[in-house]
Design a binder for this molecule. Sequence first.
Ligand SMILES: Cc1cc2nc3c(=O)[nH]c(=O)nc-3n(C[C@H](O)[C@H](O)[C@H](O)COP(=O)(O)OP(=O)(O)OC[C@H]3O[C@@H](n4cnc5c(N)ncnc54)[C@H](O)[C@@H]3O)c2cc1C
Length: 358
Amino acid sequence: MAGDFAWPETMRHPGAVLRTAMLRTAVLAASGDPRVRQLVSTTRLTRAVVTRFVAGEDAAAAVTVADGLAATGLRVSLAVLGEDTTDRRQAEESAVAYGGLLRALADAGLTSAAEVSVKLSALGQRFDASLARDLALWVCQAARDAGSCVTVDMEDHTTTDATLTVVAELRREFDETGAVVQAYLRRTEADCRALAVAGGRVRLCKGAYAEPPSVAFTHRAEVEASYARCLAVLMAGQGYPMVATHDPALVELAGRVAGAVSADGQSARWSARKNDRQDGGSRLGPGPGPGPGPARRPFEYQMLYGVRPGEQQRLVGAGEVVRVYVPCGREWYGYLMRRLAERPANLLFFLRALRSSG
Ligand SMILES: Cc1cc2nc3c(=O)[nH]c(=O)nc-3n(C[C@H](O)[C@H](O)[C@H](O)COP(=O)(O)OP(=O)(O)OC[C@H]3O[C@@H](n4cnc5c(N)ncnc54)[C@H](O)[C@@H]3O)c2cc1C
């Protein structure tokens, strides 16, 4: 399958790729510097960049954005920004913010199209793992009460084992809870095999943190090849793959692999289990949908708010299920820096804005 993979344009220009990789590492490293944080957070023109990627500062703004996206046929995953919480009060406030967001989504009648994405570091994972687990359980219950569900974001590699352990615990009570895996980690293909079980919702992304070569592929080609291998494992498994990428070659590959897998009867197995659920399985995602092909294996695409919106609509128009990750809240710094690091053009736009404000 990886042999069918069509390398994107950037792969044919190794110099540009190398510069992009170095830039990414440099931006992520600089983002930890308090002086950079101060500069970025207080510059008036940062706001224009922030509003491109972040829905707003509160639940009401996020629900308005979610409503607009749902009206165009998109699904959403809402995230309350905030990570690396350092005390219990902050962690509890984070969980409460999710509770409020879920109630607001339910009041707006949006929970059939909306789930929430949660970072365990926002719930205290770095200083009290059991607190983070308990708060995550609380958010899962709030989500279920609202008719929605939770996907647990994946953060840097030092937290991967702990996060997957918590997801397994959450799934014992809330089997609709989604996991996230990062294709840039060398371990991820094996993780995909373990997670591709019946009912398992698994988001596959490339990974957004600066990781050392000892644990991660650092060349773009290796990450993309790993993504293709992981995709094949998830599509051949019994779970529900959530293909989180904006990369045109991988978007195309996902459609092709899903089409090929349906011939093995995966689609039939998945939908049989879905129909067993008393709630109709809506929290697990759609059944075999109107996507291209007669009985294609179910999966969904996921993209970020503000990134390739035209492609999101094109896929919806083609009958695909597409979910948009919509962040909200005041703690946008880490999220913004990861988005800037992903794409030189974003960084240039930001730097130009800074220069013209100076
Ligand atoms: C729904 C969703 C959830 C995610 N959850 C996690 C998570 O839990 N943990 C984690 O580590 N990472 C997460 N990520 C981020 C992910 O790991 C990547 O860093 C990010 O998606 C960029 O990789 P890409 O696959 O889009 O490919 P890239 O090669 O980075 O991008 C492909 C093309 O997409 C467009 N593009 C990509 N990023 C941007 C951008 N920031 N601005 C403008 N255009 C852009 C460009 O046209 C680019 O050429 C998530 C991503 C998505 C879409």
